[in-house]
Design a protein around this ligand. Structure first.
Ligand SMILES: NC(=O)C1=CN([C@@H]2O[C@H](COP(=O)(O)OP(=O)(O)OC[C@H]3O[C@@H](n4cnc5c(N)ncnc54)[C@H](OP(=O)(O)O)[C@@H]3O)[C@@H](O)[C@H]2O)C=CC1
Ligand SMILES: O=C1CO[C@H](CO)[C@@H](O)[C@@H]1O
Length: 319
């Protein structure tokens, strides 16, 4: 069987990242280790993780098993994790990173991101809820004070690259203004219902690679409502799937790659893990790229609405 070669995106610092990876949010314990193993067997070499997904321990088991079997070496893999919002205070950053490394059974990460620009109250709760039951309790920490601690993780050899997630243009600029080591990527929601043209254009001018999360429209997100539009059921995407003889998921994943984005679809289903990866042997033509671009509807599905009111909320007053 021919071996699929996944293209790399090249960071401004010269390091590279596979343009395709496995998402792991909502990948349940009991399934995620197997999903990681299935993915590596198929050819995935990039895994997107986060402390807040509360499954890094099992993701680590999957990775360790495949290294032990000799299927991959550590250096063949690109593993990303993210600093959660309760660990923004400078004195908490290294400890949070070390916890993630321990859970993943790794001695370095390829990429570590500040998960959101909003800090939450430090402590054992990942989602410290305020008395109204709707809004998180915020931290005073400012991400420009968190960033130098991220840089120290690079100096210490704990992480190879550092970046951002869910930052708006002004927030990225604030980081660039103080950065000694520049962020290599901004990981943001990106799919045909939400193109994020302002932030993606800004990132392009700064040499920051966009990583597209929820590329399939995150159909099983916990807060989905019955009448929310379902990207995977969109008739226009379905027509393209028919035209190319591909699945709707393959069309949506291929779209992000052709936009130049790194893409990280999640699945714990063996057949989907395999078929989602099969996106390197066809090309959407220019007209069809325009069809997908035309589906824009400002359809944000990850607004982190319980942090509305935070002075650093990235989307409440879009920049
Ligand atoms: N930085 C951030 O703030 C965020 C980062 N992310 C990252 O991005 C990743 C991907 O985004 P996510 O929100 O999970 O959503 P996706 O858009 O990747 O959709 C995942 C869902 O689609 C289903 N699915 C996957 N493949 C197929 C297929 N071929 N046919 C039909 N259904 C399919 C999965 O089901 P099943 O698993 O049952 O197969 C799952 O329910 C996350 O897992 C996470 O790693 C996501 C959100 C926020
Ligand atoms: O990555 C993510 C997935 O879900 C979280 C909420 O539970 C989000 O905060 C985050 O963006």
């Amino acid at each position: 069987m021919a071996c699929t070669v996944v293209p790399n995106a090249i960071f401004k610092n010269g390091n590279s990242i596979p343009m395709f990876g496995l998402g792991t949010w909502n990948s349940p314990p009991g399934q995620v280790a197997q999903a990681v193993k299935d993915a590596i067997d198929v050819g995935y070499r990039h895994i997107d993780c986060a402390h807040v997904y509360q499954n890094e321990h099992e993701v680590g088991e999957g990775i360790a098993a495949k290294i032990a079997e000799g299927v991959v070496k550590r250096e063949d893999l690109f593993v990303t994790s993210k600093l959660w919002n309760t660990f923004h205070r400078p004195d908490l950053v290294e400890g949070a990173c070390r916890t993630t490394l321990k859970n993943l059974q790794l001695d370095y990460l390829d990429l570590y991101l500040i998960h959101w620009p909003v800090g939450y109250k430090e402590g054992p709760e990942l989602f410290p809820m305020g008395p109204d039951g709707k809004t998180f309790i915020f931290s005073d920490a400012d991400y420009v004070d968190t960033w130098p601690e991220m840089e120290k993780l690079v100096d210490a050899g704990l992480v190879r690259n550092i970046g951002l997630s869910n930052f708006n243009t002004k927030q990225i600029q604030r980081v660039l203004d103080i950065a000694r080591i520049v962020p290599v990527t901004n990981q943001i929601e990106c799919h045909p219902y939400l193109h994020q043209s302002k932030i993606t254009s800004y990132c392009a001018t700064k040499g920051i690679i966009v990583t597209a999360y929820s590329p399939l429209g995150s159909p099983a997100r916990p807060w989905v409502k019955a009448d929310d539009p379902v990207l995977m059921d969109d008739a226009a995407v379905g027509q393209l799937a028919k035209k190319y003889g591909k699945t709707t998921a393959q069309i949506l994943i291929r779209y992000q790659i052709q936009l130049g984005h790194v893409v990280i679809p999640k699945s714990v289903t063996k057949e989907r893990i395999a078929s989602n990866f099969d996106v390197f042997s066809f090309q959407l033509d220019d007209e069809d790229m325009k069809v997908l671009a035309g589906l824009e509807r400002n359809g944000r599905i990850c607004p982190e609405s319980s942090a509305f009111g935070h002075p650093h909320h990235p989307f409440e007053k879009e920049e």
